[in-house]
Design a binder for this molecule. Sequence first.
Ligand code: PLP
Length: 526
Amino acid sequence: MTMNTHGRPTQPAAPTGHANTGEHRGMILEEPLIFERGTPGRIGVDLPPVPAHKSRLGSASRQGQIGLPDLAEPQVVRHFTRLSQKNYGIDSVFYPLGSCTMKHNPRLNEKMARLPGFADLHPLQPTATTQGALGLMHELAHWLMTLTGMAGVTLAPAAGAHGEFCGMAAIKAAIRARGEKRTRVLVPESAHGTNPATAAALGFTVDAIPATAEGRVDLDALKAKLGPDVAGIMLTNPNTCGLFERDIIAIADLIHGAGGYFYCDGANFNAIVGRVRPADLGVDCMHINLHKTFSTPHGGGGPGSGPVVFSKALAPFAPLPFVQKEGEACRLIESKADKAAGQSFGRMKAFHGQMGMFIRALSYILSHGADGLRQVANDAVLNANYILARLQDVMSAPFAGPCMHEALFDDRFLKDTGVTTLDIAKMLIDRGYHPMTMYFPLVVPGAFLIEPTETESRETLDGFIKTMRDLAQQAKAGTGNANANPFKQAPEHTPRRRLDETTAARQPILKWKPEAAPDYIASAAE
Ligand SMILES: *Cc1c(COP(=O)(O)O)cnc(C)c1O
């Protein structure tokens, strides 16, 4: 890997022979660290001299200069403006990532979350002054229970994975309350990595269930694994292959028959919301990612929020705190000593959950209504099937459609082309698209997982489909000799090209170290 003078990875020389430093492509500018831009003595603002004073910091007083770079105001403005433009996100472009990534955060939600009464709340305020907020939490809880048909809900978990932990902790508490010891959790091979990680984090052993050639749970394999030590199953529905588990009721009956609980990973609830109630499928608990189904910001725009719904059997074990309505007043049940706390397993986090996300999710639910939410699921599934149908003649789909909310392809269509799934992803960047989810689910070789969701227009989908068709056809038409393979050169239009992702992950360089820095920086960097 080539490093710049500051030890940061940089791109190898461009094929044209231009030096890379300072070479811009299109309007995407090379942007060094602001520390690398400073010139000693340059000044952006005049501050009045500090009046004479006696320092009272003692041994805590600063030993050297703080090492801030010296810059003029326009340099600062441009630097941070350019950084802000490096945000590639759903507000600027189509984002085909699979596994339930929202593509739009409605502005109405933002407006609601910014209402002063909500925005200025503090979690330690006396509940007499936060009745409106608690009422909102209670109403959101009501709608989540109504949409899933479940008996209880907690809003506390801070993400989907945290919700999984919560649900499995409730299952563990319920098993303990029965005076039993069950240590094994069944997890299908196609599961999101968080499922086995959650079970393991709670001390369960994880037992993988293979998938059928159809991409669904192998019922016979499941039956063979049942036993008195099975605590439950963690099953995603629709699953990570974008398919509905048709045998889900049989699976629920089998697991219940063996005395275990059915944890459903509900990250993909957006495909069935308003159409199917998980309670009717025999689910005992399920997390709902508000950032995947109810339009709250995802990823860097988060935070996430992962409420968990519970069946009657598990509801008494739900974590604290929760809101209970008593007459017109909302009361917060915060301690196990409270009679209303049931057999709660305790707290998951300091406060009540992600309040800002509750406001956004409820805004989304109320602005859609029952018919609108049903249409969300319909349109998400329709859009994914449109992509599957328009690409399956040039790409290869491992499972027969129709699919649910996402379209899955494998890399068989790339056989003998010298092009890989990763190469296509890199080419997509040059063509203006963030790559789809790739190499996941693990059970599908060279997977392409594409999820348009319900908010993309026909024109956007057609543009993406055209690009994918072009790339598939270009790969199949042959790429000339291996050295000139354009797929291996991509991306060409980004300031950085192919990154050494393994080294970046294993040995991240997180601190800027000046090489031959002026004294004032060197002393501060020590
Ligand atoms: C996203 C996802 C998770 C984890 O949710 P986070 O909110 O990212 O923690 C779990 N399971 C599946 C199937 C997912 O898609």
